[in-house]
Design a protein around this ligand. Structure first.
Ligand code: NAG
Ligand code: NAG
Length: 218
């Protein structure tokens, strides 16, 4: 009897482990889930395309070898490989981007839900982030340097060199949710007087930003 009972206990333990393992591997029940962008995305990303009609080309994204157009107000460009442009990233928790900064170019202060690592390939960039206690962490980066921008914190990059700068970044989400502070304030119909109140900026400055970024309710 004792022998049978202990066998039963052993079986129960094995079953418990099997259940625990199946729960803990719940996020890896499929190898991949290439996004079907014809459906809306949710907190868990997009539904999967049918694996039977995928090819290797669905897992390859080209174009990061080409310099972006930096003829814009920030003299910079960010070419994003994220879920909406590279659907194979869906559900895998990572993305990449190519940053080109013309001479004097800037990636303006922005944030996203997830962390980022930058690798400088060419040029001289001041990169930094601001801690939640308002401490700025910034440094001049050169070719081969990498730096971390922790999740949700405001951060920026400025080309201070005499030549164009090139960097690649990687983020630990396929859908990082980029929010550029200045554009978020000015590129919409939030009224100038509200923006003034919530930022202490002058009305003239707010109207200038709204004009640059196509905002209304000046
Ligand atoms: C592949 O499957 C997806 C989702 O089932 C479908 O939307 C798409 O049209 C299919 N593509 C081809 C080429 O059959
Ligand atoms: C910066 O962008 C402006 C357009 O806003 C453009 O006229 C100028 O050539 C650019 N400069 C560089 C160095 O890319």
């Amino acid at each position: 009897m004792i022998q049978i009972s202990s066998n039963m206990d052993g079986l129960k333990i094995i079953l418990l482990f099997a259940i625990l393992i199946s729960f803990s591997s719940a996020t890896t029940v499929v190898d991949f889930c290439v996004a079907d962008l014809s459906f809306p995305g949710g907190p868990a990303g997009y539904p999967c395309r049918n694996p039977s009609n995928l090819t290797v080309d669905d897992f390859v994204f080209s174009g990061l070898g080409v310099a972006g157009n930096t003829e814009n107000i920030f003299n910079s460009s960010a070419f994003l490989a994220i879920d909406t442009t590279f659907p194979a990233l869906n559900g895998l928790g990572l993305s990449m981007a190519r940053l080109d900064l013309g001479v004097g170019g800037v990636i303006p202060i922005h944030s996203h839900r997830v962390s980022e690592v930058i690798l400088v390939i060419e040029g001289t960039i001041i990169a930094g982030f601001i801690g939640s206690d308002n401490t700025p962490y910034y440094k001049t980066l050169k070719k081969g340097d990498i730096m971390i921008f922790p999740h949700t914190l405001l951060h920026f990059q400025v080309n201070i060199g005499k030549t164009p700068a090139l960097a690649f970044v990687s983020l630990n989400s396929a859908s990082p949710g980029f929010q550029t502070t200045t554009i978020a304030l000015a590129a919409n119909d939030l009224p100038t007087d509200v923006i003034q109140k919530i930022t202490l900026l002058d009305a003239t400055q707010v109207r200038k930003l709204k004009t640059i970024f196509g905002g209304t309710n000046l």
